[in-house]
Design a protein around this ligand. Sequence first.
Ligand code: G1P
Length: 291
Amino acid sequence: MAMRVRKAVLPVAGLGTRFLPATKVIPKEMLPVVDKPVVQYAIEEARAAGIEEFIFVSADGKESIAAHFSAHPVLENALESKNKSAELKLVRDASVPPGAVKVVIQREPLGLGHAVWCAKELVGREPFAVILPDDMVLSQTSCLKQLIDAHAQVGGHVVAVEDVPREHTSRYGILDVASDDGRLAKARGLVEKPQPDKAPSTLAIIGRYILDPSVFDELDKHTRGAGNEIQLTDGLNQTMPRVAFHGLRFEGTRYDCGTRVGFVEANVAFALANPELAPSLRPLLERLLAK
Ligand code: G1P
């Protein structure tokens, strides 16, 4: 039986340059989608999957991310004394138990593989999750929970995948598929951001991973890959075939908040999924589109 997954690593060290000037002072991960910071969706998805420890790989100046998940006694007392129980619940729901959040600083932007490697000592030798908060998933069941359930069956590395148009393969880690039952695809290799004519398939990794700790042994080597960065995809590739690698076609829809259009799309999609907002938003969107 696979070991229980208790820890999640969240790389959040990026400068968010695509979202300037909004991200001059505010971390990109703290920008709201509808009424919650992007990173809170990631933490909620992880908690719904039973994750107990959250490791942010962060950068100086982004302290507000961890602060958002701590208790705020001054605000809580003020809301309590004014009987604002709904608001108090919103504040408390955003907190995780003391000690559940850890922060490690990534000093240089050397790539996703390096960011994950920075969490090595805090993760230890147990399977762990990686969540890239930029990828938001709207689903019935927490996407990470779906991965953890699949991991309990097959072990090794299990990542979320989706079929992408061939012209987009150069944006993702792509699976070289050995076998595929339509839900789980077993890979024999991975390629980071291949050109469409070089891509071994169109099955792309999105920002949710359950990883076997043996990936750290490869990331220790600090080998540079695509874009001269230390790539997580390359580290995982090196562990195969010692460690099984499966891609799970999860239930749900992914929104890429790493681009401005994707960010706006996520806002609209999450608002339309909210029964409080959808009835008034829908006619408004129709009116805008009719212009
Ligand atoms: C990273 C990974 C890539 C993966 C993608 C998912 O790329 O390197 O393999 O497919 O996340 O969002 P990035 O988007 O950071 O360039």
